[in-house]
Design a binder for this molecule. Sequence first.
Ligand SMILES: [Zn+2]
Length: 186
Amino acid sequence: MGCFTFEELLAAHGGDDLPQPIRHHVLDEACEVCARRLELVRRIVGLLPTLALEPVPARVRAAALAVPEQARRRLPLVLEAVLAAPGMVLALRSGASGTRRQLYRHGAWELDLALDEKGSLLGEVAGEDPAVPSGECTLYGERGLDHARLDPDACFRFEKVQPGPHVLVIESDEAVLVVRDLEIPA
Ligand SMILES: [Zn+2]
């Protein structure tokens, strides 16, 4: 019978008795190489409990789990349409593509939406902080989803949006803004 690898000996060491093939090889066949390997396995296994890490003190764990004072909040906010009217022309407050705008608002958060003539959805976010928010925008439609990022002016653009109902989610550092019922006109 051939020799056993170190891994095989280590794996076999878990039980009370060594498996018969190993015992036969080491004892009956008196393989010195495997006997030395087996002795090393026994020493390592015997040493392992002394290497166990001490449990983390409760106060250290509590501190690690605590939310930092300066952590930014990420509240999920549902934006409500301020000027909801079916079939209305959408335009940005600063936009040249129309005189009316579709405005969504929650507290100090505002979102302007506009559709351009190519069917792209443009958005502009105004937060409660004067600093420009950054974040990821996701547009969920009936046929899948699309991603866009807020640019340095807190604007975003989705190209060639399909008509129909959508849900728009904007995840900024400050909050998660949700427009639940965004109807893109045909
Ligand atoms: Zn051997």
